[in-house]
Design a protein around this ligand. Sequence first.
Ligand SMILES: Nc1ncnc2c1ncn2[C@@H]1O[C@H](COP(=O)(O)OP(=O)(O)OP(=O)(O)O)[C@@H](O)[C@H]1O
Length: 251
Amino acid sequence: MTIQLEACAFTYGRRKPPVLRALTYAVPDGFTVLLGPNGAGKSTLLKLAAGVNDPTAGSVRLGHLSSRSREYRQRVAWMPQSITAMTGLTAREQVAYTGWLKGMNRSEAWTAAAEALARVELSDRTDVKTKHLSGGQLRRVGVASALVHDAAVLLLDEPTAGMDPTQRRVFRDLIVGLATTDVRVLMSTHDVGDLAEEADHVTVLTNGRIRFTGATGDFLAHAPAGTPEARRAEAAYTAIDAHPSTAAHSS
Ligand SMILES: Nc1ncnc2c1ncn2[C@@H]1O[C@H](COP(=O)(O)OP(=O)(O)OP(=O)(O)O)[C@@H](O)[C@H]1O
């Protein structure tokens, strides 16, 4: 079961231009990387898919569930671009609180919080107040909060920003292991070269439109012949960005 956005439009205010217009998109299976320039609408798309914002036109559904329903939000996890340290809470308390908000009882949430923090290698920080964590550690608390309940779809908004190379490696392995036939992961990033090749699918969003969505192999095939292996993802992205009309592809 996946999230389906159908003819979605979204604007941040009546006098503002729409960020998304008639956008139709199904979150692909496995691990999908969402790419696009600054301001393309990636965070907006993720917020609509998370049920955090409602589309101004169109619909967002997971199977028969509308994104406005409580059940929908229990099946979908979202990690926002900026993670807030909740005043007075430790890492474990903050993660458990998210679990509780998603419908777990207190003891389930408490146990699941410790497990989620272990998965992001923060077991040694569970009792530290989140306001005392580094930026990268706080992002890992954000990832743990997204993992704390059994979501069918994980929506992660630039989760690797601010992580050091070792943390990135740990995180990448975690995500690749998470995306299974039952769990879909859609993750926005600016780090084209670092992550695209690990993904099952790539989606490119530019100016509120899906320029490309398809298997990673089809994405990489847009790189000009002779591009060195290490630069293929970046070259493919640049080619799609430069030639939107020929690059559009639906999976
Ligand atoms: N809260 C808001 N109020 C008004 N405009 C907003 C708001 N959030 C985003 N926008 C505008 O909507 C457009 C899309 O922004 P969005 O954050 O979705 O893009 P993005 O692709 O995630 O960008 P980035 O890569 O820089 O994070 C931009 O023009 C942005 O200025």
